[in-house]
Design a protein around this ligand. Sequence first.
Ligand code: XIL
Length: 349
Amino acid sequence: MTGAAGAALCGALGAGATKAARAVPALPDAVPFGAAVRPMLLGDDADYSAAVRRHCSLLVPEGGLKWFDLRPTPTVYNFDLADRVMRFAADSNMGVRGHTLVWHGAMPEWTSEITSTARAETEMRTHIETIMGRYGSQIESWDVVNEPISTDFSKSDYLQPCVWLHTMGEDYIEQALRTARAISPTAQLVVNEYGIEAANAESVRKRAALLKLLRRLKERGAPFDAVGLQCHLHGERPIDRDGLAAFLSELAAMKLDVLVTELDVIDDKLPGDFATRDAAIAGRVDELLETLFAVQRPTAILTWGISDRHTWVPMYFKRGDGTRNRPLPLDENYQPKPMLRVIERYCRR
Ligand code: XIL
């Protein structure tokens, strides 16, 4: 990354981000580009590590900072995976995002024992203080709350059920943000959500529910800086350009930044032919980024993995024809695909 891009990253991710130089990916970017990384591959897998170094100026651990990884028991912390990512990022002069402090997913079994409000408040506060305390000097942007909005509107019309909602009520979100801000006055604090961008009824409801939450948080003076759009796009679903643009304008009016946190294109319903499929995937990303950049420039763009060789997509969206999923910027042999070129074009703007 160039000096200007480094400054953009520092500006984007908080005034406290004072590191002088950043990694130098192949092409300089004005909007920092990064990817989710698998801690066990970093350093040990030379091709993977080289691809990450070549293309990214920003990393986010795909796992390692989730409760499931960090908290095997109520009293034991396991920092091994997260430490690996931090070491690699420091050695490679890369920025890091933290994912995630509070989420309904990836919770260890023992957290189902948390049933009282007092215990929940203590557990959540201690967790945030411990994790941000350990990594706060290196992590400049945090997904403080991940996926707060309901995943099943037939069961809940607004917030996603989770241990925190059950014990602390809606206030858990504000408390998490306040705890995070008390530890770091400068880190970028993010509310992260998925399924916001599609032209379907589900996204319409999610946008409305998320806006309701954001307005409530703003009214109460809750401290946060940005909304993270995960953007696990589905290749066959068009982007709702008008709906998304209207949503982004609302964020801008609330003085909230926006960033793309987990971009990939799920391709289980796209044609088998690689060239056709890759073109459709790149087209969707172009549609998304064009809409975003027209309203407000994201502070960062991260994909959920760098290469098709290592992606979560086949866990849930395996293709019927036996070919590998191709959701990411590099193919399984770490060669750039059209999706990367689209992202680079926007990042350099
Ligand atoms: C996924 C990881 O990619 C998988 O490896 C893991 O097993 C489950 O979680 N939204 C999120 C991410 O916020 O944390 C999820 O990551 C993908 C969906």
